[in-house]
Design a protein around this ligand. Structure first.
Ligand code: PFF
Length: 464
């Protein structure tokens, strides 16, 4: 037996189908739903953007997710060894390395926002938003946006919060699959859902509810440009944690009897539901309080304290909201960090503690130097973007879709069909195989062509 196979046999797995679902969902659901989705919908014109995003999820995201689950579970390996086992001696393993590198770009800006969310949890705990309830609409929105400005741009605090956030993630990874990831995710994901539903319910009874709903559900296609298409595609990748080896790594912990195409559908649909609920919680507030839907990354932080100021026991519930948002952000970042850590630990044979320390150290150090307005290099702009925006753009709009394209080309064209369908149908035992048939077609033709089309049009080669 080769070394690689012996290691695969020792590998931990999640303990049940439910654990697989919650762990995968905990990677998908995170700041993407409550922070990124709403502000991107706001910046890109509302309903039409959402429709395109949905097409990207079903025609591109799900096939990429299933392909990654296949690669991971079949080989039970980290992202690099997984490609190596399926095509020994080939260059495909560099797709795994690319994933490891991409994860750093994502972690750099994700941990920054994670730090803001931790900071807001403590602000809520110390009742910093208590007075908002008795303020006029104008004063309340001014107060909340100046609080956000202080959190982001004070000289040292955001750097320390980012390091704290990264440190917690490092500890969870260190604790392992069953004790760390599984325990945290199974209990807390359902509670987060309940709180978002509560927020949405309150928002929908605010004065601006009608306008908020119209904004989310009315599609104005004149706002759609190639750049917007690329943004929707990037969001689909970011949301479902694709194109950077995360789902290969989590797939390697899946149980052998898991129906992976069903898991991908359940995760995609639940994830969309959470994002839509977040939209329903946030946009009515935007229109009630006269905020700007396209105001960007501050949107979550400028709206949530306002909704809770209009809910009985809002001072307590806002603590719960930010606590759960912190947890969602932490578990999503855990899945990102698992990619390079498992490569260092298994491929480069570094011990686990050291691997975690190296990855968390690099993220903290580069983060501290570049992503905050007060960082040493924080004022520098490259290609007209701050480091924060650049990391996000490179990861979501370039590296993740390229990683996804290479993954589907690999699975659709270079993996033996028999091997692929045997694994995806669990040796022919999976009941409803209609979707698997569609998947075979999507992964070979539709998904790669759509990815290429969106790329070419966004760099102006195809005009629309
Ligand atoms: N899907 C996560 C979110 O929407 O917050 C972000 C994410 C997690 C991206 C894991 C990439 C990843 F590998």
């Amino acid at each position: 037996m080769s070394n690689l196979n012996r290691e695969a046999d020792k590998r931990e797995t999640f303990s049940s189908g439910l654990a697989v679902f919650f762990a995968t969902l905990s990677s998908a659901v995170g700041l993407g739903n409550i922070w990124k989705f709403p502000y991107m919908v706001g910046e890109n014109g509302g309903g039409a953007f959402i429709l395109i995003y949905l097409v990207c999820v079903f025609l591109v995201g799900m096939p990429v997710a299933i392909s990654e689950f296949f690669i991971g579970r079949k080989t039970r390996s980290n992202a690099v060894d997984a490609f190596e086992k399926l095509k020994p001696g080939s260059s495909w393993k560099f797709v795994g390395y690319l994933g490891g590198i991409t994860s750093f770009f994502v972690m750099l800006f994700y941990s920054t926002v994670g730090g803001w969310v931790y900071r807001y949890t403590f602000k809520a705990l110390s009742m910093d938003f208590k007075s908002v309830g008795s303020m006029s609409i104008e004063d309340a929105s001014l107060f909340v946006s100046s609080e956000f400005g202080n959190v982001v741009s004070s000289p040292v605090a955001p750097i320390l919060w980012q390091i704290a956030f990264t440190g917690v993630v490092a500890l969870i990874i260190f604790a392992g699959v069953k004790n760390g990831i599984e325990k945290v995710t199974k209990t807390l994901m359902p509670v987060l859902l309940v709180l978002i539903v509560l927020c949405a319910a309150r928002s929908l009874t605010l004065e601006g509810a009608r306008e908020g709903i119209d904004f989310l559900f009315t599609a104005d296609f004149s706002a759609i440009t190639p750049g917007v298409l690329l943004a929707a595609l990037g969001l689909a990748f970011f949301k479902l944690s694709l194109g950077m080896g995360t789902m290969i790594t989590y797939g390697s912990y899946f149980t052998k009897d898991n129906n992976m195409s069903a898991t991908s559908a359940k995760v995609a649909i639940s994830d969309i539901a959470v994002s839509m609920l977040a939209g329903l919680a946030i946009f009515p507030v935007v229109f009630t309080f006269g905020l700007e839907p396209g105001e960007g990354p501050g949107l979550l932080f400028n709206t949530i304290p306002l909704v809770f100021s209009r809910i009985p026991f809002g001072n307590v519930l806002i603590v719960a909201f930010f606590l759960l948002a912190s947890i969602a952000a932490t578990t999503a970042m855990t899945s990102m960090m698992a990619v390079p850590v498992s490569i260092l630990n298994e491929k480069f044979k570094l011990n686990k503690g050291l691997s975690v320390l190296i990855v968390a150290g690099i993220v903290s150090a580069i983060g501290a130097l570049t992503v905050h307005p007060s960082s040493l290099l924080g004022h520098i702009q490259l290609f007209g973007k701050s480091f924060f925006d650049l990391y996000d753009f490179l990861a979501s709009n370039i590296f993740m879709p390229v990683g996804g394209l290479l993954t589907v080309v690999f699975v659709g064209w270079f993996v033996k069909k028999v091997l692929l369908f045997d694994e995806l149908s669990n040796g022919g035992t999976v009941k409803n195989q209609a979707y698997l048939k569609a998947y075979g077609f999507l992964v070979k033709f539709v998904t790669p062509l759509l990815l290429i089309f969106i790329f070419l049009s966004s760099i102006g080669i195809l005009s629309m």
